[in-house]
Design a protein around this ligand. Structure first.
Ligand code: ATP
Length: 464
């Protein structure tokens, strides 16, 4: 049942009270209305045979629209229909189409894909045209052309975006394809958990489940493979997963921050497997590509309304060279600064300079600041920096927050006192910070999954 249908009794009650409808009006016109369907944000309401659609439309369309928005929190169009309406067939077809679209989308969502990362939103430039071309080829003929496809390149240059694009494309062609996208961190942590559960329960069923999950698929996408380096048991398991899929003609797509030959602790047998398909690198975008990416983002995020002057876009493209995530981040920061000022200032180069101030970082030997740690931890756990700094206590936020505290204490270039860390997290007491840090430290000793995650974040902060 959709939200409008679910909340229909509240919606009409709200209408009755707000518009002071008499009992007669209410029971004559409103009570008999039924939600017929909600399709693409339009609520179709069936009007009783004996009522007049024209009259109800004239008198109640607007009030009802407002009440629906107030009760559901979402804006809908409202359309009244009658049982002998010529449009009924058309509406039913629309409903079927919409539910098919929804199903395809949920297949993509289930596969862990970001809906924004598609080939349509990917800007092709000299830095990525080869990687893009081979990705399209793999998407068109999974398992048949380049297997595995190994995409590599520096931080924030579009590897994940390309991988998701391949997966979306395959699912669009055939929603039944079984696609699994994971980071190597997830693969490792799930393996650790399965081994642990297998040991404690004394049976192998958890490992069997793990293997079923990773082997019973058509396409495996594994992101940031560099993070399984140095872990023998993970490499061993991955080797078998790889062989199983590869010999059955299933497609494997891998990303890494460097080519296989430069991953020192990668076992030779895995390295040779990775090198037997297609290696494609993505390098830093040139100026024209950076401009094109900024323009695309303005279009996709509907930022045209801010009329950002061309010289401001050029200023950002000139100054942020090596990381597309930072390129996008500066545009977001610029808009945020402008809005902070109640949209009253002007978007000019000096505002852009302020936006860039926090973002421009020398890539080598970058200083580890609290802001950098907040940024990377938030990005890693897919939560906002505001949440990290907030007082929310649910585990999804509180645990990453404690990890951030621990990292600030142990990794910051300038040593930070407990009090200083407390100030960053909204004025928390130094004992709270101490507790958080010690909790992470002691849990890392027994919880291998947490230790693995913290180590990966450390490598993201300090990739050397
Ligand atoms: N060619 C491109 N066109 C449009 N957007 C891009 C392009 N390349 C990267 N981006 C955007 O830049 C951001 C970072 O890209 P992505 O996460 O794919 O990088 P990555 O190489 O996987 O980084 P990491 O090494 O951190 O995993 C994303 O928001 C992505 O949409």
């Amino acid at each position: 049942m959709n939200t409008v249908e679910e909340k229909w009794p509240q919606i009409i009650e709200h209408l009755r009270v707000e518009h002071e409808l008499s009992n007669v009006s209410f029971s004559t016109w409103i009570k008999p209305l039924k939600v017929y369907d909600v399709i693409n944000n339009t609520v179709f309401i069936m009007v009783n045979m004996n009522s007049s659609v024209e009259y109800i439309e004239k008198k109640y369309l607007l009030p009802l629209k407002v009440c629906i928005a107030e009760i559901t929190g979402e804006e809908y169009e409202v359309s009244f229909i009658s049982e002998d309406d010529d449009r009924l067939n058309e509406i039913q077809n629309m409903a079927v189409e919409a539910s098919q679209k929804k199903r395809t989308k949920s297949v993509a969502e289930r596969a862990g894909l970001n809906p924004k990362y598609t080939f349509d939103t990917f800007v092709v430039g000299g830095n990525n045209s080869f990687a893009h071309a081979v990705s399209v080829a793999v998407a068109e003929s999974p398992g048949q052309v380049y297997n595995p496809l190994f995409l590599y390149g520096g931080v924030g240059l579009g590897k994940t975006h390309l991988m998701h694009s391949i997966a979306h494309f395959i699912l669009d062609q055939n929603p039944k394809k079984k696609i699994l996208y994971v980071t190597s961190e997830t693969f490792t942590n799930e393996l650790i958990e399965s081994l642990k559960n297998g040991k404690s329960s004394g049976n192998e069923s958890s490992m069997t489940k793990f293997r079923e999950k990773y082997r019973n698929i058509d396409v495996l996408l594994i992101d940031d493979i560099q993070f399984i380096i140095g872990k023998e048991s993970t490499q061993e398991e991955f080797f078998h997963t790889f062989n199983h899929l590869h010999t059955s003609g299933k497609q494997i797509i891998i990303s890494s921050d460097r080519p296989p030959r430069d991953i020192e602790t990668l076992e030779a047998r895995l390295r040779s497997r990775f090198e037997m398909g297609m290696l494609a690198d993505i390098s830093s975008p040139d100026y024209e590509t950076r401009m094109a990416i900024l323009q695309k983002k303005i279009e996709l995020d509907k930022l045209e309304k801010y009329n950002i002057p061309l010289d401001v876009i050029q200023y950002i493209a000139t100054n942020i060279k090596t990381n597309i995530r930072e390129l996008e981040g500066s545009l977001n920061k610029l808009i945020a600064l402008y809005r902070l000022n109640n949209n009253e200032g002007t978007i000019d180069i000096s505002l852009a300079a302020e936006a860039l101030k926090d973002i421009i970082s020398s890539d080598n030997n970058r200083e580890v600041t609290p802001e950098l740690i907040l940024d990377i931890v938030a990005d890693h756990f897919n939560i906002s920096i505001a949440d990290l700094k907030s007082k929310k206590r649910n585990a999804e936020i509180a645990n990453p927050r404690q990890v951030a505290m621990y990292l600030m204490r142990t990794m910051s270039t300038k040593e930070l006192s407990l009090k200083a860390i407390g100030a960053i997290f909204g004025g928390k007491d130094h004992s709270t910070i101490k507790y958080g840090i010690e909790k992470v430290e002691s849990e890392m000793e027994t919880d291998e999954t947490l230790a693995n995650t913290v180590n990966i974040i450390k490598k993201k902060i300090n990739p050397a």
